[in-house]
Design a protein around this ligand. Sequence first.
Ligand code: DLL
Length: 438
Amino acid sequence: MNAFPFENKVFDPAEAMPRKELAALQLQRLREAVARAACVPFYKKALAKAKVTAQSIRKLEDVRRLPITTKADLRDGYPLDFLAIPRAQVARFHCSSGTTGKPIFVAYNRHDLNTWADLCARFLTAGGLRSEHTVHIAFGYGLFTGGFGLHYGCERVGAAVLPAASGNTPRQVMLLKDLGADVLVCTPSYALNIAEVAQGQGVKPKDLSLKFAHFGGEPWTEDMRRQIEAGLGLMAFNNYGLSEVMGPGVSGECVARNGMHISEDHFLVECLDPDTLEPVEDGQRGELVLTTLTKQAMPILRYRTRDIAHLDPSPCPCGRTGVRMSRIVGRTDDMLIIRGVNVFPSQIEEALLRVEGAAPHYFIEVDRPGKMDEVTVKVEVRAQDFSDRMSQMEALREKISREIHSITTIRVNVELVEPQTLDRSAGKAVRVIDHRKK
Ligand code: DLL
């Protein structure tokens, strides 16, 4: 274990439970989850149609007999048709993110809030958080599950929290510097924004006390990780979750940083071909489908997350036994189909960050002016590389275009823009606009 840069500590021994024991626990909890879900009219009907009862679940694979739940089902159940407990027992509501139309309310009872804090404490501990640390949380506090989820997780570890919330970036830099927080929690794109503002103020990584960061809520790449780590002088960890099944705390990286351990004692995960809904082989990309095993207020069966990743069940040197999921490479609903080729925005990000001179700030515009799809990628040039010399900028443009082609196989128009001209996010970054959808 001394190969690791810090002590590998487990928050809950359940994280290292032998797989056989875990499977038995999952089976018992799956039956309980089905029984709880049956209190929801949508599931009562769907379970009856599929001829499944809690008692008829004999093995874990029986999960495949359960009905699938989609975001559209949850929308149709607006506001609270999926509540499985009396309203008077609800302890908190949040909403799933989404900018258009009505949100989806998610509900927790006291038991769920307690589990949630524990599960966030798991990945925070795995990624270096200790009780003596101070955590600067720059997530939105409100309907979004990021702020409150991480807040109570940090407190569960025993750490001190600065609930900075998001926005007013120069002030964030001041707070980080003056209070000397050890750990930063926010979206990766906001971390990049903070790093940039810090740099603009002449604040160097050594002026900050940051040691670790826990980023999640949106896709990011390994190159982005390196950029943020260099910009803020810290070690960054990835964590994943979604409000429909709880919020942050579904999975997170350990000190090995080679995939995010899923808390499988609380979530049953399937990785399915999004077209056929058949399971894919381990290591193959598929859509994650999650069943909550312990959630009481709003249990969810086989939720189609739309998130594409692969699973790695091989043993991890950290000793945790929960299967690891890869980074989210994209979502089935933000996968762009460009002239018949599937392209994820994360691939474009990967290409950009490989080119010296391109800043990690970009915006993708897709259109179909005639019969053909056209993609324009606007990329900021790094301040130190920006030049009035046309030939220099043209060479950079060419390089970016070639890199995108080599990763995605598509040709795109690359438009270089001046440093600091694209919008910065304080939460989840919006990186794509598809005019074809109008
Ligand atoms: O974003 C929960 C969360 C908050 C997770 C803070 C981690 C940290 P929603 O707003 O419902 O919940 O959005 C969920 O965000 O389906 C993914 O598409 C995306 N997402 C979340 N974490 C990651 C991640 C929260 N680490 C949606 N990498 C999910 C890639 C992520 N995408």
